[in-house]
Design a protein around this ligand. Structure first.
Ligand SMILES: [Zn+2]
Length: 140
């Protein structure tokens, strides 16, 4: 990936921890899968409407396909949001890089020029926009 240099000793042997990124991805997948249930319900409904033109079998198959797609989509979106948010935590809040040579831990801002923060915030805002748990909860 990127070649970083230890700000302490100048070594290029840098280890990336990505703790929050991995954790965020896992949490996001679970949370997205859960919120994907709502997507699965509407997906099943849509699949039913599409499939019903092909008869009862089509309606059943359409419901299954719609539910599966909705669940997968929710998990994928959740994972992406979790990785994005986790990556921000890694890059800006944690000391995400560790020097193998001297053991010094340092954040991205020390090793590289900052500036990706605004873009990352935009990405998160964009990615989380389609998910609105409150509107789902109030919907009947
Ligand atoms: Zn070092």
């Amino acid at each position: 990936m990127t070649s970083l240099i230890c700000p302490n000793c100048g070594s290029e042997h840098i280890r990336i921890k990505n703790i929050a990124r991995k954790t965020g991805g896992a949490i996001g997948t679970v949370a997205g899968g859960a919120s994907g249930i709502a997507g699965a319900m509407s997906g099943a409904r849509l699949g039913f409407l599409v499939g019903v033109t092909a008869g009862p079998v089509g309606a059943f198959a359409g419901s299954l396909a719609g539910a599966a797609l909705g669940g997968i989509f929710g998990a994928a979106v959740g994972c992406e949001v979790g990785v994005t948010v986790g990556g921000m935590v890694d890059d800006h809040l944690l000391e995400n890089y560790a020097c193998i040579t001297c053991g010094h831990s340092f954040g991205r801002n020390e090793a590289m020029e900052p500036g990706a923060m605004g873009q990352a915030v935009l990405n998160v805002a964009h990615a989380s926009a389609p998910e609105s748990p409150k509107s789902n909860a109030t919907k009947r």
